[in-house]
Design a protein around this ligand. Structure first.
Ligand code: HDE
Length: 681
């Protein structure tokens, strides 16, 4: 009776292929298949007369257009997605019976959607916000969704408070301001009056909230889940995605400017990387705690405002995700994909984390309104690659044509099928945790410590990361108009670190706090981005050239950059080609008008001969802006003059020279990401 699907990395693409349509070179028809003879003129009574009701082609075309939009996601509306594959490094059999985690040879197709949380669908990518990182694994046992964020903790401890936090952080209801930002009164009023938010607020004020790229951020499943093995033994588990390119961020001034210069910055970055064949990779890590150690920590492992320090619970890397294909159609795939932390497979189960429990209700519920009914699992992107059978029937847009008369249990007319599977046959059996208690609305006292881990986070930051957190608080809380709310926030964060909160208080003009700060002295080095992987791979740099540039050297350096995994764009004052000394012509991608230094990781300036004042000024401004954002700056030939005249020669990360040696040092400077020890005025 069991249909044993053989899944491989191509299974999802093969399934989707049946739904893909290319309209190029085809004849125009109505949705009923009728060939259309005229598509630009309505049917009218006479040349200057009224349009006729019987113009079915006009009506169908217009009606479909009128209904093109669906509600955007209530949170995580702004996002982008890609297809990929997950490969296991090492069998997880001792911990879980999940089929896709047994055999390192198995490759599982996946679909991943990245998002911001607060902004509307058309909002900018580089706002200060949490990022979503949701993965759908199309496994032989059904879809498994790991619906993660790029921060390991959450604002609230109980799902019932989710509507409150979202109402507080979304644009204010009377004027729908501000867009995609937490820098307003209601959010900070929520924070100060719901102090469980302290830990995630620290993360939100840190550089993690402005990732350089979706390719350079972590993902965290946040909750404690369960791994359950074939013997029925359970372990607590947390999931992490670790990007191979390291975890890197923008600086705030840059992020704000990018929001105007290219609101699609992160979306474009991911799309371009995949189109160029630079496939983003992330390793899957798990933190595992034995059942017997459930109470061995100084925090409650079921509390989603707490992380498990990696120094105490090591991260075990078990596999790799590669994103290797962009979507064909944004709406059909990215917009219609429906994730749910309750989409699990045998061997992965839930815990009693009250936040997770709340999510288990919300996600299907939200798809019902957003995707218009209960058949969203039939939309191609959501469809499992394994067969599915049950007695559910009908509803809006039903596509399956269920044969036969039987749609109920128990029955004899279909031999009581479709029949439930036993555990041995792969049937999902919930972990049989023993639970006892009175029916109450109370939170466990073990959830009450709201300040120790924020302090752990603060202690783990490098000096520059600490400075950025203080700056972010000063910007965000400084944007709050209600003085009492500002004061409450500063008083609250005095419980984390008095010096930090005092500096913020001074910056925003309220009274410094007198609270007792947390006594935690421990740090977790894994939390600092200073300790992340540093590589030049995947970076994009601007190359400023003028006619008469030193072409033999430049050609070699550009080649060297490409070989080292660095992409570049040539910028000059006019589009077309820029010609070198020895008549080498290079294609100009952008002029100073069509691009901006905030859109690059570094600048390489070469210049050329007979440079006019306008070019000189534009190129100098370009270099100065990149310098201000601590980026690597390289100069060869005539470009070295720019460094001199802009007074930045010799600064950290500012590299001048020639040939191979220049290339090597410049690559190192790019890999360093930012040069914080540079003096910036
Ligand atoms: Fe979500 N969340 N969430 N969330 N969430 C949604 O589902 C919700 C939470 C996350 O790219 C919604 O399909 C509740 C934590 C991501 O399509 C909705 C609670 C984490 C995405 C919803 C949480 C997330 C969502 C809106 C507290 C990280 C985008 C649209 C109990 C572990 C998925 C949708 C995508 C989306 C509810 C908390 C991650 C309304 C009630 C914690 C990445 O169902």
């Amino acid at each position: 009776m069991s249909e044993n699907p053989k899944i491989n990395e191509n299974s999802k693409q093969e399934q989707l292929e049946q739904f893909r349509v290319d309209d190029t070179n085809k004849i125009l028809t109505t949705n009923q298949g009728l060939k259309v003879s005229e598509d630009e003129l309505s049917l009218t009574a006479g040349k200057r007369g009224p349009t006729l009701m019987e113009d079915f082609h006009f009506r169908e075309k217009m009606t479909h257009f009128d209904h093109e939009r669906i509600p955007e996601r209530v949170v995580h509306a702004r996002g982008t997605a890609a297809h990929g594959v997950f490969e296991l490094y090492e069998s997880m059999k001792p911990y879980t019976k999940a089929k896709f985690l047994q055999d390192p040879k198995v490759k599982t197709p996946v679909f991943v959607r990245f998002s911001t949380v607060v902004g509307f669908r058309g909002s900018a990518d580089t706002v200060r916000d949490v990022r979503g990182f949701a993965t759908k694994f199309y496994t032989e046992e059904g879809n498994y969704d790991l619906v993660a964020n790029n921060m390991p903790v959450f604002f609230i401890q109980d799902g019932i408070k989710f509507p409150d936090i979202v109402h507080a952080i979304k644009p204010e209801p009377h004027n729908e301001i501000p867009q995609a930002s937490a820098a307003h009164d209601t959010f900070w009023d929520f924070v100060a009056n719901n102090q469980e938010s302290a830990h995630q607020v620290m993360w939100l004020m840190s550089d993690r909230a402005i990732p350089r790229s979706f390719r350079m951020m972590q993902g965290f499943g946040i909750h404690a889940f369960r791994f359950v093995n074939e013997q029925g033994k359970s372990h607590f588990v947390k999931f992490h995605w670790v990007p191979k390119l390291g975890v890197h961020s923008l600086v705030w001034d840059e992020a704000q400017k990018i929001a105007g210069k290219n609101p699609d910055f992160n979306r474009q970055d991911l799309f371009d990387a995949i189109e160029m064949g630079n496939f983003p990779e992330y390793e899957l890590g798990v933190q595992i705690i034995e059942e017997k150690d459930e109470f061995a920590f100084d925090f409650d492992i079921l509390d989603s405002t707490k992380l498990w320090p990696e120094e105490d619970v090591p991260l075990k890397i078990i596999g790799k995700l590669t994103l290797n294909r962009n979507v064909d159609n944004f709406f059909a795939e990215t917009e219609q994909v429906a994730f749910h932390p309750g989409h699990v497979v045998p061997g992965i189960d839930f815990t009693n984390d009250p936040l997770l429990q709340g999510r288990l209700f919300s996600y299907t519920d939200t798809q019902l309104i957003r995707l218009g009914g209960p058949n969203f699992h039939e939309i191609p992107i959501n469809k499992p690659v394994c067969p599915f059978h049950n007695n559910q029937r009908d509803g809006y847009h039903r596509q399956t044509i269920n044969k036969g008369r039987v749609a109920y249990h128990n029955n004899s007319m279909a031999a009581n099928t479709p029949a439930p599977a036993t555990e041995e046959e792969g049937g999902f059996v919930h972990y049989q945790e023993k639970v006892e208690g009175s029916i109450i609305r109370t939170r466990s006292e073990s959830f009450n410590d709201h300040f120790s881990q924020p302090k752990l986070f603060w202690n783990s930051m490098s000096p520059i990361e600490k400075q950025h957190i203080i700056n972010a608080f000063s910007f965000e809380v400084g944007s709050v108009k209600d003085k009492s709310v500002q004061q409450q926030v500063v008083d609250m964060f005095g419980n984390v670190d008095l010096a930090m909160a005092t500096e913020v208080a001074n910056n925003i003009g309220v009274t410094p706090p007198t609270a007792e700060e947390s006594s935690v002295t421990k740090a977790s080095p894994a939390l600092s981005q200073e300790n992340t992987i540093k590589t030049q791979v995947g970076r994009k740099i601007a190359v400023i050239l003028h006619n008469g540039f030193q072409d033999t050297e430049v050609k070699e350096i550009l080649q060297g950059l490409n070989i080292a995994g660095v992409a570049y764009e040539i910028i000059s004052d006019k589009q077309g080609f820029v010609s070198g000394k020895n008549n080498v012509d290079l294609q100009v991608v952008h002029t100073f008008t069509t691009t901006h230094p905030v859109l690059y990781d570094a600048v390489y300036i070469v210049g050329g001969s007979n440079v006019d004042d306008a070019f000189y000024k534009n190129a100098s401004d370009f270099v100065k802006e990149a310098h201000k954002h601590y980026k690597a700056i390289g100069a060869t030939a005539d470009g070295i003059e720019w460094l001199e005249s802009n007074n930045i020669i010799g600064d950290p990360g500012v590299i001048e020279g020639s040939g191979k040696q220049f290339l090597e040092t410049f690559l190192e400077a790019i890999a360093a990401h930012r040069h914080w020890d540079r003096k910036v005025i």
